[in-house]
Write a protein that binds this ligand. Structure first.
Ligand SMILES: NC(=O)c1ccc[n+]([C@@H]2O[C@H](COP(=O)([O-])OP(=O)(O)OC[C@H]3O[C@@H](n4cnc5c(N)ncnc54)[C@H](OP(=O)(O)O)[C@@H]3O)[C@@H](O)[C@H]2O)c1
Length: 274
């Protein structure tokens, strides 16, 4: 797939943490010039910050910022998304794509708020996007063309890996890869505590734990092998790893992680008001 995408004009509606991350990546990788980006927020102080950092245009008026933008990136919190979309209703042309990263907000709900036949693309990224190691799932709404969906996917490939996925899986994606970094930070913290208990300095233990998680993740992706096979490679018969695995199984790590992801995914469907 060709990810050499270039935007004439981009609007970032809600330039908070994720909006700023995306703006930074898209400007930094030459997808759009800073002068062709319009960003909005609720408070002027936030806009002063992004204006100073990126020299983008800023506005407190969402409809004004969206005017003429090829891609209108919706990055507000779920609780305010409905009212922000109402401000954009009837104001987007057929060549404009509304690209939403709002957790739990379906393309059908966005289309209903906007009215007409808007091109809507939905994406679910995660916070490692901030350092170019994100994971994003993308899907298209009823009137989005395959090219518009692929444009969305290509934009998110600038901040990590991205894939196109049926929207019915989006709550699962939210529970797994969007909430997932929090679960893995707890795993890293806990592994580091194990190292500290064995006498390692905390900074060393944390580095060992984090790089181990990073390396294991890359092994799964780059070797394309089932994680169980890779685990077996580490687990020498009668060695120390199998003793550790026994403790993990006693503690119910697998069941706990499965339940955490199911719970987070189920909650994702109920984030949006109205
Ligand atoms: N964080 C994640 O890991 C993650 C992952 C996937 C998806 N998402 C989705 O990304 C979205 C944003 O999350 P975030 O963590 O970036 O939140 P955030 O930092 O709070 O950013 C939200 C931004 O929206 C602005 N805003 C609020 N009301 C507005 C309005 N009426 N018009 C225009 N802008 C308005 C806020 O402005 P002020 O700063 O001036 O208040 C803020 O800058 C959420 O919907 C979330 O579900 C987040």
């Amino acid at each position: 797939m060709d990810d050499e995408v270039r935007l004439r004009r981009l609007a970032v509606i809600g330039a908070g943490k994720m909006g700023e991350t995306l703006m930074s990546a898209l400007i930094g990788s030459g997808v759009v010039d800073a002068g062709d980006v319009a960003a909005t927020a609720k408070h002027r102080a936030r806009l002063d910050h992004v204006e100073e950092r990126f020299a983008v245009q800023t506005s407190l008026d969402n409809a004004e910022a969206a005017a003429g933008a090829e891609v209108v990136l919706l990055c507000v919190k779920p609780q305010v998304a409905g009212s922000v979309l109402e401000q954009l209703a009837g104001k987007l042309g057929p060549d404009q794509v509304l690209l939403s990263i709002v957790a739990g907000l379906t393309t059908a709900a966005i289309e209903e708020h906007l009215g007409g036949e808007p091109a809507v693309v939905r994406a679910m990224p995660n916070t490692p996007s901030r350092i170019g190691s994100g994971m994003t799932a993308v899907c298209g709404g009823r009137w989005a063309t395959p090219a518009q969906v692929d444009l969305g996917r290509a934009l998110f490939s600038r901040i990590g890996r991205s894939l196109v996925l049926d929207e019915k899986h989006f709550d699962a994606v939210t529970g797994l890869s969007a909430s997932g970094p929090a679960f893995i930070y707890i795993v890293i913290e806990s592994m580091a505590e194990g190292g500290v208990k064995l006498g390692l300095p905390r900074a060393v233990a944390t580095e060992l734990a984090a790089q181990t998680c990073l390396g294991a993740g890359r092994m799964v992706i780059e070797k394309g092998e089932h994680p169980a096979l890779l685990k077996d490679e580490v687990t020498t018969p009668a060695g120390c790893t199998i003793d550790g695995i026994l403790k993990l199984e006693e503690g119910g790590l697998r069941v706990t992680l499965i339940k955490a992801i199911v719970e987070a995914g189920q909650r994702a469907g109920g984030l949006v008001d109205g």
